[in-house]
Write a protein that binds this ligand. Structure first.
Ligand code: GRF
Length: 217
């Protein structure tokens, strides 16, 4: 079966990109990365892509007067690469409604909290300050509002006594690296549908017994 062509949009470190690169290295994985776009030059994520032999493009937002032409440039690159699914992975620019609508249900994001709790930035600090006992991470379809949209996969992660933002971020990030490849795989296997703004996953009960919903193999 043909592999789903995905593009990954980054702004920095690219550890989630790396988890997708690693998943795609398995020949049975049903997706392939056809393009990595960064809006910031010289970031580690671009090196990771180059090392894996994946085409990269820098679309530097500072070179554009406003978001329209910046997004048009990204859109042209995505179309040219034949991307069928766009994965935001630490991409630190807000996208316009027009871009989001153009890629509706073909644009996903990973966010380091259990949405709809703790949208926005400085999440781990806020989770600790609030005293939450659980946090986690979410892969969701993107909608125009920030950190909003139908949820595909979540992993729950405990907040432990003595955690600071860094230790908690590390624990959450380890789960991000599990659920992003899982979400992409489910989509690539055509098991994911959006109905009335909720995600329905075929055969989700077959995914195992962990605190990940739906659970990884
Ligand atoms: C991750 O925590 C992701 O959830 C958030 O930004 C961070 C990106 O990290 N959206 P990396 O660049 O993938 O290492």
């Amino acid at each position: 079966m043909a592999k789903l062509k995905i593009a990954v949009l980054i702004s920095g470190r690219g550890s989630n990109l790396q988890s997708l690169i690693d998943a795609c290295a398995d020949e049975t994985y049903p997706a392939q990365i056809v393009l990595v776009i960064s809006n910031v030059p010289d970031v580690m994520g671009l090196e990771r892509a180059a090392k894996a032999g994946i085409p990269t493009t820098v679309v530097d937002h500072t070179a554009f007067e406003d978001r329209g032409p910046f997004e048009d440039a990204m859109n042209d690159a995505l179309k040219q690469a034949g991307a069928e699914l766009v994965c935001l992975a630490g991409f630190m620019r807000l996208l316009t409604d027009s871009f989001v609508d153009r890629w509706r249900d073909r644009l996903i994001n990973i966010h380091p909290s259990l949405l709809p709790a703790f949208r926005g930035l400085h999440i781990h600090e806020r989770v600790i300050e609030y005293g939450a006992r659980f946090t986690g991470c979410t892969v969701h379809y993107v909608r125009p509002a920030m950190d909003d949209g139908p949820i595909i996969v979540q992993a729950a992660v405990p907040v432990l006594a003595g955690d600071d933002a860094d230790t908690l971020a590390d624990r959450v990030l380890a789960q991000e690296h599990v659920i992003y490849p899982l979400a992409v795989r489910l989509i690539a296997e055509s098991r994911v549908r959006v109905a009335q703004e909720q995600v329905i996953i075929d055969h989700a009960e077959a995914l195992g017994e962990r605190m990940v919903n739906p659970k990884p193999d």
